[in-house]
Ligand binder design. Structure first.
Ligand code: ACO
Length: 335
C-alpha cells in the first residue's frame, strides 16, 4: 500500500497588516492584553482585491512549483475551508480553475480542524491507490465574518492560505497515523448565528443581516487544551511511537497558552514547536499548512523527522496526526 509523502508546500497571506495598535483604535483593548492572553501581535486581513480563492490559488501554485510539478499533474484537489467564496461551487473547483488544473475537486468543512482532516482524507485516496498526486489546501478569510466591534473575537483571527502536494511513494513518509473527532453538542460555543439568514427565501426578512462569529472563549479554551493533548497522544500511540520519537510539533495557532500546554504534554521544548500566531493570528484552516511551509523553508524539518500536527475548532471538532517528513523514493513510486 503506497504512502503519501509531502513533496511541495507554499502559503499566501494578504498584504494588509493589522497590528494590535490598530485594534486599540477600534475596540477597547490593549496590546498588553492581546499579547499576554493570546501571543498575537498582528494579523493579515484581506482587502477588496483578495478572496479565499486568490489566497488559496497563490498558495497552491507555490506548493505545486515547490514539488517541481505543473498544475496539470495534480489529479485531486481537496480544500479545507469554512469561508468559501461561493455557497454552491466548491472552493476546490474555484482553485482548480484559478491554477489551470483539470483535477477532481471537493471541499472539506471542519473549521480550524479542516486542514488536518483534509490531509487525512487526501492521504487515504493515495493509500487506496485511487490517486498519485493530490493538492491539499487550507484557506480561510474569516475576517469577512468577524464583528470588528466585538473585542472578544476580532483580536484573534487573521486571513491566509497554505497548501501541500502529496505524492505516492513506497517509502514510509507522510501521514502515518491519524485521529479525528467531533462533539456537536458543543457547537454553540463557536458558531455564526444567523448564517442561515442568507438563504434566499429569508433574505428579505433580514436585509441588514451580516452573520458574525460568536464564541464562548473560555469553553473553547478548556476544550482545546484537553483535546490537543489527548488527540496528539492518541495519534502517537496509533503510530506505535513514543514521545521521544517526536521531533517537531506543528499545532493549530489559536493561543500561545494552548500551544505551550500541548508542547509540555509532549515533552517538547518550544524550539521544536512551530509558532507563527504572533504574526498571523488564527487563520482557521490555514494555520497548519502555513506553519509547515515556514518550518520547511527555515530548514526545521529534516528527512525522516516525525512531526505531530494537531488542530481543534468549531464543531466542536479536532484532528491530529503523526507524519514523517521527507520525499525519499517518492518520484520512483509515483511514476
Ligand atoms: N481586550 C481586552 N479585554 C478583553 C478582550 C480584549 N480583546 N477580550 C476579552 N476581554 C476581557 C473580558 O471582557 C473579561 O473581562 P471581565 O473580567 O471584566 O469580564 C476579561 O478580559 C477576561 O476574559 P476571558 O474570556 O476570561 O479571557 P481569557 O483569558 O479566557 O482569554 C481568549 C480569552 C483569548 C478568547 C481565550 O479564552 C481563548 O483563547 N479561547 C480559545 C479561543 C479559540 O481558540 N478559538 C478559535 C477556535 S478555532 C476555530 O474553529 C475558528
Amino acid at each position: 500500500m503506497p504512502y503519501a509523502a509531502i513533496t511541495g508546500w507554499g502559503f499566501a497571506v494578504p498584504d494588509r497588516v493589522v497590528t494590535n495598535a490598530d485594534l486599540e483604535r477600534m475596540v477597547e483593548t490593549s496590546d498588553e492584553w492581546i499579547v499576554s492572553r493570546t501571543g498575537i501581535k498582528e494579523r493579515r486581513i484581506v482587502s477588496q482585491d483578495d478572496s479565499t480563492t486568490s489566497l488559496a490559488a497563490l498558495a497552491a501554485i507555490r506548493a505545486v512549483e515547490q514539488a517541481g510539478l505543473q498544475p496539470t499533474d495534480i489529479e485531486l484537489i481537496v480544500v479545507a475551508t469554512c469561508t468559501a467564496d461561493d455557497f454552491l461551487v466548491s472552493q476546490a473547483a474555484l482553485v482548480q480553475a484559478a491554477i489551470g488544473s483539470k483535477a477532481a475537486a471537493f471541499d472539506v468543512g471542519s473549521a480550524c480542524a479542516g486542514f488536518v482532516t483534509a490531509l487525512d482524507v487526501a492521504t487515504q485516496f493515495i493509500r487506496s491507490g485511487s490517486y498519485k498526486r493530490v493538492l491539499v489546501v487550507g484557506a480561510d478569510t474569516l475576517s469577512r465574518y468577524i464583528d470588528f466591534t466585538d473585542r472578544s473575537t476580532c483580536v484573534l483571527f487573521g486571513d491566509g492560505a497554505g497548501a501541500i502536494v502529496l505524492e505516492a511513494t513506497n517509502e514510509e513518509r507522510g501521514l502515518l497515523a491519524s485521529v479525528m473527532g467531533a462533539d456537536g453538542s458543543g457547537s454553540e460555543h463557536l458558531f455564526v448565528p444567523g448564517a442561515a439568514r442568507f438563504a434566499p427565501e429569508s433574505a428579505d426578512l433580514f436585509p441588514d443581516a451580516r452573520p458574525h462569529v460568536q464564541m464562548n472563549g473560555q469553553a473553547v479554551y478548556k476544550f482545546a487544551v484537553n483535546v490537543m493533548n489527548e488527540a496528539s497522544i492518541e495519534a502517537i500511540e496509533k503510530a506505535e511511537m513514543k514521545l521521544d520519537d517526536i521531533d517537531m510539533l506543528i499545532p493549530h495557532q489559536a493561543n500561545i497558552r494552548i500551544i505551550e500546554a500541548a508542547a509540555k504534554r509532549l515533552n517538547l521544548p518550544m524550539d521544536r514547536v512551530w509558532v507563527n500566531l504572533d504574526r498571523y493570528g488564527n487563520t482557521t484552516a490555514a494555520t497548519i499548512p502555513i506553519a509547515i511551509s515556514e518550518a520547511a523553508a527555515a530548514g526545521k524539518l529534516n528527512e525522516g523527522d516525525n512531526v505531530v500536527v494537531v488542530a481543534f475548532g468549531a464543531g466542536l471538532a479536532w484532528a491530529a496526526g503523526v507524519l514523517r517528513w521527507g520525499v525519499a523514493g517518492t518520484r520512483n513510486a509515483a511514476q
